[in-house]
Write a protein that binds this ligand. Structure first.
Ligand SMILES: [Zn+2]
Length: 224
């Protein structure tokens, strides 16, 4: 059910099934927000609650754990105002980071608020998680989540896939983990802050999986 909802969120525009479609689940490059010249690139641009969203085709909006400070409630109010906009397909990136970012208790409070909001509006979360997998697994119940920038080992991939998390892979990844997510039908690809284009990331993933890039279909595109 949640999976269908996720597909629905990503299904605002249908296009020719025969066209190769590159879906970039997470990018910080605002210029990537529209179709490319061939009409084949769909990018979910990462935004903070105060960013300008006009003109973005797809975006995610959230409070990054690095940006969590005492006044996070103000950002959260802004996020609540914007979360129902049609171009906002997910909440994030948000999550927990034990190595960097705001004070731990504030990170937890702010993340919990975003999880509750995601549940309420039925939109998925794009997760940033550093050294906090146990906490994230415990907190993210009853909400669709994608771990972004996943570089973890297969043991962790298996654990997360078993809990119905999707995994998104960028420039560098563990090949076995990628294969596990692909086999589970829960593999996304992303550029994040890479210099590479999403087309190159698709090529790398396809080479690792020994398939053609044209065979790659990420979960959210099934109903596009
Ligand atoms: Zn990012």
């Amino acid at each position: 059910m949640i999976f269908l909802l996720f597909c629905k969120i990503f299904s605002r525009k249908s296009s020719l099934l025969l066209t190769m479609r590159y879906v970039d689940l997470h990018t910080h490059r605002k210029g990537d927000n529209k179709y490319n010249a061939q009409g084949t690139r769909y990018s979910v641009v990462n935004c903070a609650p105060t960013d300008e969203l006009d003109g973005l085709r797809y975006c995610s909006v959230g409070i990054h754990p690095w940006d969590v400070a005492v006044g996070w409630h103000e950002d959260f109010e802004r996020l609540k105002e914007r979360v129902l906009l049609p171009q906002v397909v997910a909440i994030g990136e948000c999550g927990l980071d034990k190595l960097r970012g705001g004070e731990w208790l504030l990170q937890m409070e702010c993340f919990q608020a975003q999880i509750d909001l995601a549940r309420m509006v039925g939109k998925p979360l794009i997760l940033h998680c550093v050294k906090a997998v146990d906490e994230v697994m415990r907190m993210c119940v009853g909400v669709k989540c994608v771990f972004h920038g996943f570089r973890g080992k297969p043991e962790l991939a298996k654990q997360l896939l078993g809990r119905e998390f999707d995994l998104s892979f960028g420039e560098r990844f563990n090949v076995e983990s990628l294969a596990l997510a692909w086999q589970a039908g829960r593999m996304w690809l992303e550029t994040d802050e890479s210099e590479l284009g999403i087309e190159e990331i698709y090529e790398r993933a396809a080479r690792a999986l020994r398939i053609s890039p044209t065979d790659i279909v990420v979960p959210g595109t099934v109903s596009w």
